[in-house]
Write a protein that binds this ligand. Structure first.
Ligand SMILES: Cc1cc2nc3c(=O)[nH]c(=O)nc-3n(C[C@H](O)[C@H](O)[C@H](O)COP(=O)(O)O)c2cc1C
Length: 200
């Protein structure tokens, strides 16, 4: 079936060997990422998602901080492999998008709408996931590759300090992006019968 959105979804893959061979300028990508996040739906239009976009030296510093955090956790003999992965897969790219959720927005909604209080933390996570996916697909449309990483909470304090981020911002995911250096492996799918029930 032909559908432009589905085409983009099919092209979006986890790209692990990123390069800086990107012609789109950072300013254009920033405009795109901001617009995409703004257009992402959120529960009660609460707009709880916060985003930090790191380019150039900032992007490099970010991955240095990730490596420092991992060096304290990973057994010494395994660390060279970890370091090589970060250098070749993520730091080698053009930039990194950090996805945060604002805990204060969730707290205020829980107070304002006690009937839904227990749901707001989940809806916040769901809104973040939607924004992550939307940015990933939008970067794909620009011809860029990206992957989704979760070095939180290990890195949270170091990152918040380095870029002076508000305490109530909670890091949910990191998305390194850049030029594409490899073809992703073939992807397999479980049977439709396990996933879908359609009643016509
Ligand atoms: C919620 C979620 C968490 C993920 N976490 C990670 C992660 O921490 N590290 C990673 O390399 N990939 C992560 N991925 C990527 C998945 O492994 C990947 O999307 C999946 O294997 C399908 O491959 P594709 O992205 O190439 O279609 C995550 C994906 C989702 C949706």
């Amino acid at each position: 079936m032909k559908n432009r959105f589905l085409d983009m979804m099919e092209q979006r893959r986890s790209i692990y060997r990123l390069n800086r061979n990107v012609t789109t300028p950072p300013e254009t990508l920033t405009r795109l990422i901001k617009a995409v996040v703004k257009q992402t739906p959120s529960a009660f239009n609460s707009q709880s998602t916060r985003v930090v976009v790191l380019f150039g030296e900032h992007h490099q510093t970010f991955w240095e901080l990730v490596k420092s955090a991992l060096a304290q956790r990973v057994p010494e003999k395994d660390y060279p492999k970890t370091e090589a992965k970060i250098d070749d897969s993520f730091a080698s790219g053009m930039g990194t998008v950090l996805f945060y959720e604002d805990r204060q927005v969730v707290d205020e909604l829980q107070k304002a709408l006690p009937l839904y209080a227990e749901h707001f933390p989940f809806w916040s996570e769901q809104a973040s996931a939607m924004a992550q996916f939307a940015v990933w697909v939008a970067l794909t449309e620009e011809g860029l590759g990206a992957s989704l990483q979760h070095y939180n909470p290990l890195i949270d304090n170091a990152i918040a300090q380095r870029w002076k981020l508000p305490d109530q911002w909670v890091l949910r995911a990191q998305m390194p992006f850049g030029g594409i250096d490899h073809t992703p492996h073939e992807k397999t799918f479980i049977d439709d019968a396990q996933r879908f029930k359609v009643f016509l």
